[in-house]
Design a protein around this ligand. Structure first.
Ligand code: ZN
Ligand code: ZN
Length: 277
């Protein structure tokens, strides 16, 4: 059984709905042995003056977050749950944005870093505006090229998050971002992840993406074929009700493909948790 969930958000993130205390308590009640906070550090947003409903999202209070999360980490350690204090960095290629992430990581030493692509050439790929004036092929190809660029981020990271994010809310009847439609781009991304020893995330918050997970099962199978073995599990929960969501389904799929473990990175070391346990 999967006993980890490393991608969750609390009210320290602008869109979190449950407090860190509530989220940790729920993870513990579910019996997770490795549970991580990965609050949004959306330093890509101010680069392009991006807004949500006309308002720039409030930036995280990093000092308050890390202090509170470390307190909870100390509280749960003796109770048998390793609470990991992580962060999710929204990639942007600008040197200033990369430098901000590097400085934040050096200052606060998160246990692990999730690297994500939410914005592509200054547009949020979850919003309708991103798709305006683009064919589906252009929208998805640009997104995948941003994912490839994010692998060269100038700050340390452990996990490559939710590949296929642009399909979550895309304005197409068939939204799925399939391996076979972008095989060369996917191969370049997956090979780079394997070569660099990064962890590919399986994200169960697929929403309308047309597949149960991000990335799609075909992409996970291709990653395995290319030698990829490092997988992390992510609910991307923003409230207590979704922590660990679809863990059993993810486990079944991963075992079918051939994966044997779930990876948990912490301060540069990776712990492997057997899937079938
Ligand atoms: Zn994300
Ligand atoms: Zn997230």
């Amino acid at each position: 059984m999967i006993h980890s969930d490393l991608h969750t958000h609390t009210t320290f993130s602008h869109d979190g709905r449950s407090t860190a205390t509530e989220m940790a308590a729920q993870a513990f009640a579910l019996g997770l042995t490795h549970y991580g906070f990965s609050e949004h550090f959306d330093y890509d947003y101010p680069e392009h003056d991006l807004r949500i409903d006309g308002v720039p999202p409030a930036e995280i209070d990093a000092a308050a977050y890390f202090a509170a999360a470390r307190r909870l980490q100390r509280e749960y350690a003796p109770r048998g749950m390793q609470l990991l204090v992580g962060c999710e960095c929204g990639f942007d290629p600008s040197p200033r944005c990369n430098a901000r992430y590097r400085a934040m990581i050096e200052r606060f030493c998160p246990d692990y870093v999730i690297n994500s692509v939410h914005t592509v050439a200054g547009k949020e790929a979850y919003f309708a505006e991103y798709f305006q004036g683009k064919t589906k092929e252009e929208a998805y190809a640009s997104y995948l090229s941003a994912v490839r660029a994010s692998l060269d981020a100038a700050y340390p990271y452990d996990i490559v998050a939710h590949i296929g994010y642009a399909s979550r809310n895309a304005p197409y009847e068939d939204r799925k971002l399939r391996y076979r439609d972008y095989a060369a781009r996917y191969d370049d991304i997956l090979r780079t992840i394997v070569e660099r020893g990064k962890i590919l995330e399986v994200n169960s918050s697929s929403r309308g993406a047309g597949s149960e997970f991000l990335p799609d099962a075909d992409v996970l199978a291709r990653y395995f074929e290319l030698g990829g073995r490092l997988i992390s599990f992510a609910s991307d929960a923003h409230e207590i009700s979704r922590i660990g969501d679809k863990r059993a389904m993810a486990e079944k799929l991963l075992l079918e493909i051939g994966f044997t473990d779930i990876a948990v990175p912490c301060r540069g070391k990776i712990t492997l948790l057997p899937l079938a346990d």
